[in-house]
Design a protein around this ligand. Structure first.
Ligand SMILES: Nc1ncnc2c1ncn2[C@@H]1O[C@H](COP(=O)(O)OP(=O)(O)OP(=O)(O)O)[C@@H](O)[C@H]1O
Ligand SMILES: O=P(O)(O)OC[C@H]1O[C@H](OP(=O)(O)OP(=O)(O)O)[C@H](O)[C@@H]1O
Ligand SMILES: O=C(O)c1cccnc1
Length: 493
């Protein structure tokens, strides 16, 4: 790696093509036209029925500080080959637009805008890659965490993943996302410091191996640590580990808080039941059993089915790497652009795949909540000048299979977007991570159980208003006519 630049910035944390497009807009004089972009994913991860949004705080930090540094500019000019006039233009670029976003801990579904950016075209374009990078990872991890916590219920879930994470940033931000999704603590001390998260941990096999005996190791640990969880599987869980943990706990009595034991290998169902029996018989019915070893929601469910006696779960690799689905496919699409007369014109991307056709225009997204039972009926995407609250009887219909429809009455329409940046100024103060987690729990309470089950959940409705749907159809027709004119011109030439 080249020397560490003292003025390294995140503005270059982008794909080259964004800068190439920025140069095109600038050279053509359309760079300051107002544009609206939306960030959303199409398909929920892990086959889950919902996702938990995370990443806003980092996006705000990134946009607040967006600026090419002198070493960035020198690199772009000398190594990549951009001309000086464009470099000089880039020097003064900042994010001056507006940002509307869901809040961290919000439940989010396919094809609904999580974030809306309204900004000069060039700015909105340059930030795409970083925003997607942030949201795709953090939302993925928060969602996986929510699935795991859903299985754990009241039992404690500890995040142990740092050593297996895709490098250091992923460990830090992934841990934070895991807590938003419902985890109780992390073993990553820096994440604890940076985000004010509860930190927790036990000890490793190396401690026991260093003392060459369970008894000596537990005793040494207990001399310096009041709260003790002893790792009991280094040599022989039932013949040495658990008996020595009990022996040390009895010897030291009130001098320590004997929290319990950790199992990290072997048959967790069998060993946890045996360990439970031994602890109970020794007079430690309150002692907890912590388990770890490549766990996730599937092994947890399976262990439950075997009546494993587990109080706390330590989860590493499978949460921090989102092991069974390594990426969320969120995209960032332009939906409206100012024309030469200063009028906003909707814009659409056509695809043979109906799900991939973008929904044009300046839109808003509401959660429709039944006032009688407090449950979410679905999400409703409408044009920015529509207000579903004013409707007595709201028609909701599937945006592709339009014959699937229903009417809702006596509902509350909750606007899911908050204005978090106004004219480049961050106008939103992030709550604590704990508050984000509580917000996610409260949102889950609004969701029917059918959408929350981890296997084959029902599809939660994300519907378009009639006006939004009509607008989309009109845009499709316009594009078809435009393509036909092009074909005619070519054939006529
Ligand atoms: N009773 C069980 N039912 C289902 N899965 C289990 C059970 N007990 C353990 N597992 C899981 O099985 C996987 C493999 O465990 P296994 O016992 O083969 O390896 P191990 O004992 O951890 O070996 P190592 O000593 O190398 O760590 C782990 O993901 C573990 O969580
Ligand atoms: O299994 P995970 O879900 O990824 O959780 C983290 C793992 O990290 C540790 O193992 P490691 O072998 O790295 O070290 P240790 O067992 O010697 O502590 C710990 O014992 C867990 O098994
Ligand atoms: O504290 C622990 O037990 C721990 C921490 C990180 C990874 N594995 C275990």
């Amino acid at each position: 790696m080249k020397s560490i630049y003292s003025d390294d910035s995140l503005a270059l944390h982008t794909d080259l093509y964004q800068i190439n497009m920025a140069e095109t807009y600038w050279a053509d004089g359309i760079h300051n036209r107002k544009a609206i972009f939306e960030l959303y994913f199409r398909k929920l991860p892990f086959g889950n029925g919902y996702a938990v949004f995370a990443g806003l705080e980092r996006m705000l930090e990134y946009l607040r500080n967006f600026k090419f540094s002198e070493s960035d500019l020198a690199y772009l000019q000398q190594e990549v080959g951009y001309k000086e006039d464009f470099i000089n233009y880039l020097r003064d670029i900042r994010f001056t637009g507006d940002m509307y976003s869901m809040l961290e801990g919000e439940l989010v579904f396919g094809n609904e805008p999580i974030v809306r950016i309204e900004a000069p075209l060039v700015e909105a374009q340059l930030i795409e890659t970083a925003l997607l990078n942030i949201v795709n990872y953090q939302t993925l991890i928060a969602t996986k965490a929510s699935r795991i916590k859903h299985v754990a219920g009241e039992e404690t879930v500890m995040e142990f993943g740092t050593r297996r994470a895709q490098e250091m940033d992923a460990a830090i931000w992934g841990t934070r996302a895991a807590i938003i999704g419902g985890f109780d603590s992390t073993s990553n001390v820096r994440a604890g410091k940076l985000f004010d998260l509860p930190v927790a941990g036990t000890h490793a096999h190396s401690l026991v191996q260093s003392y060459r005996s369970d008894y000596e190791a537990f005793h040494a640990y207990a001399r310096r640590h009041k709260d003790c969880v002893f790792l009991v599987d280094t040599y022989d869980t039932l013949k040495s580990g658990v008996p020595m943990a009990i022996k040390v706990a009895k010897e030291l009595g009130d001098k320590i808080n004997f929290i319990g034991v950790r199992l990290d290998s072997g048959d967790i169902a069998f060993l946890s039941k045996e360990a439970r029996r031994m602890l109970d018989e020794a007079g430690f019915p309150e002692a907890k059993i912590v388990v770890s070893n490549d766990l996730d929601e599937y092994t947890m469910l399976n262990l439950r089915a075997q009546n494993a006696r587990v109080d706390l779960w330590g989860i590493g690799t499978k949460i921090i790497t989102a092991y069974d689905q390594p990426a969320l496919g969120a995209v960032y699409k332009i939906v409206s652009i100012e024309d030469e007369n200063g009028v906003m014109q909707d814009t659409i991307k056509i695809s043979a795949n109906a799900e991939k056709v973008t929904t044009p225009g300046h839109k808003k997204v509401y959660r429709i909540i039944d006032r009688e039972n407090g449950k979410a009926e679905g999400d409703y995407i409408c044009m920015h000048d529509e207000d579903p609250s004013s409707e007595e009887r709201l028609k909701m219909f599937h945006p592709v299979h339009t014959f699937i429809s229903k009417f809702v009455t006596n509902f509350e329409a909750k606007n899911l977007h908050e204005k978090v940046i106004a004219n480049g100024e961050v106008v939103y103060e992030s709550p604590t991570v704990e508050e984000m987690k509580q917000y996610a729990f409260a949102n889950l309470d609004q969701l029917w159980d059918e959408y929350k089950r981890s296997l084959n959940p029902e599809a939660y409705p994300v519907d378009l208003s009639q006006k939004c749907w009509d607008n989309k159809m009109r845009n499709i027709e316009e594009v078809k006519e435009m393509v036909q004119r092009t074909v005619d011109e070519i054939e006529g030439a």
